[in-house]
Design a protein. Structure first.
Length: 262
């Protein structure tokens, strides 16, 4: 049974006067423990990064970079064919941008979580995952990498002894292989049902796949996408269900520290 878990959400996913999804960052920040902040390539800009970093400071939330393919028009949910070195350089560039806004508000960068199609590509591409992890170890060895437990990224991170957090996707369906079923647009879901899905995952380590099969799932963080309709209500329902059952919600760094000491 998982007795402590991180609750993460994607933040700052707008650009200039435009915003994506119906959930204000301020409302989301009040109910999560780690924030994945858009760093300009799929969404986000300097002003939004600055604003969300300040919000993370005010709420005691772990600050994370959410780098993506350079694809504003496609919201980073389209694969772009590029060399691994080019993609890792893009990721490093985006991490650096958010790190400076974190420093401005005295918030250390806690983690990095690739976005959308880049996240899914790394999950299956061992060379890309290895190049990314080796680069992080050279530049930010303390920076936690978020990924799926079924992803090759997780295996590579463990082999390199790099800090890594596995995610459980509350608002996405799972395939029988333990990977999430990628979608470009989140569908409406029932907050109560999602909360029970997360509670079961914490208590039993199980999730039902799209085919109806139960599979094992291990994780340290639960993700809710900010563009899923009703994201704030979903997060509140998850938090309520977990805390009422004695499960503590804490930033990813604290979850890893707890697990290491257990």
């Amino acid at each position: 049974m998982r007795k402590i878990v991180d609750l993460n959400c994607d933040m700052g996913e707008g650009f200039g006067h435009w915003s994506y999804g119906d959930a204000p960052d301020e409302a989301l920040m009040a109910v999560i423990s780690s924030a994945n902040v858009a760093t300009g390539f799929h969404a986000g800009d300097p002003n939004s990064m600055n604003r969300v970093a300040a919000l993370a400071k005010a709420h005691g939330v772990g600050l994370g970079a959410h780098p993506a393919y350079n694809d504003l028009q496609g919201f980073g949910r389209r694969k772009i064919d590029a060399a691994d070195d080019e993609l890792v350089n893009d990721i490093l560039y985006q991490i650096g941008a958010l790190r400076e806004f974190g420093r401005r508000h005295e918030v250390p960068l806690q983690h990095v979580k690739p976005h959308g199609a880049l996240y899914m590509e790394a999950a299956r591409n061992e060379d890309l995952s290895r190049h990314l992890i080796e680069t992080l170890q050279a530049t930010s060895p303390e920076l936690i990498l978020f990924c799926m437990g079924a992803a090759v990224t997780y295996e590579v991170a463990k082999r390199h002894s790099h800090p890594v957090v596995r995610e459980f996707y509350s608002d996405r369906d799972y395939g029988d292989d333990g990977m999430i079923i990628f979608t470009r647009k989140g569908a409406a879901v029932d907050p109560g049902a999602i909360a029970q899905k997360c509670l079961r995952a914490c208590q039993e380590g199980k999730v039902q796949t799209e085919s109806g099969k139960d599979i094992d799932v291990a994780f340290e963080s639960i993700c809710v996408h900010s563009d899923t309709p009703g994201a704030v209500d979903i997060l509140k329902a998850i938090r309520k269900a977990l805390t009422e059952n004695g499960i503590v919600i804490a930033p990813a760094r604290d979850v890893l520290a707890h697990d290491a000491a257990a």
